[in-house]
Design a binder for this molecule. Sequence first.
Ligand code: FES
Length: 339
Amino acid sequence: MPFSVTNQRNNTSFSTNENETILNAALRDNRVYPYGCRSGVCGACKSDLISGRVDYGEYEDFALSDVEKAQGKALLCQAIPLEDVVIDVQEIMTGANIQIKMLPCRVGKIKRLAEDVIQLFLTLPKTQEFSFIAGQYVDIILKDGQRRSFSVANLPEQALEQGLELHIRHVADGHFTPRVFDSMKERDLLRFEGPFGTYFLQSEADKPIIMIAGGTGFSPIKGLFEQAAAQNPNQNIHLFWGARDEQDLYMNDLVKQWLETYPNLKYTPVLSDSTADDWKGDTGFVHEIVSKTFDDFGNYDVYASGPPIMIDSVRDSLLEKGLNQDRFFFDSFEFAKPA
Ligand code: FES
């Protein structure tokens, strides 16, 4: 039986279908609330449940603790109303132009960027429109129905020409990536669904920004940076890229080109495992280098994408130095679970 969901923040309402999560119902109603993994693990969709009962669904304890639940929080990607409910959440935007679609596509160009990273372009079908915002991700649907999530690395206008650009790291014993590395070829047919997530640029054009990428977390950061640079080529942006070794900075040359073009871009690559004598840059954990670069983060918008442990470390160390929690945007992709 359908229940109504009212968001008291902007006094809007929509209905859920039978067994439908609040997030899915909101997206169906073209409302975009903050979310990431859609599987109860990243915590990005955590919101205030003001009244009404919900089935809290399945989730990880670190995404929603018992204390938070007792305080009236719920994960909107998991919560299914059991009666009419009232929530309080910031609506980021209406999603009229970014409808989630399931589409066929063909593999376009495949390029090895590093020993274990491939740049894969997915050619969009000519007969179907597909819109997204830089930084969002898509799910590739495998033959057995499992999904693998990948951030889009290019801008929507570039994707029309080049296809969707994905950066794929080889996962040993993986279900999908060995195929990409061993046997995938141009014109292979795939299916994807998207776009998903709210990891997109939400900063004013004059706001100083810190971007932090861990490994292939550079993929959405590339889209976000190009979007920010298109909005304001003089925006003050400091990009940190944490990687194991130099070959892991698989688009270092592109960043060097950006440095020549954008006068207010600063770049700090950080290597955690480098043994090379000729590496003159920073070494260690990227969150430590970011943290010690600034005295106070209160004036910055921070975008971070990478492994969950990096996101948590960045969040903890920057909050201690004045970062406003609402200005921390993150994408911890490895959290995505198979369907
Ligand atoms: S926990 Fe809900 S989107 Fe990640």
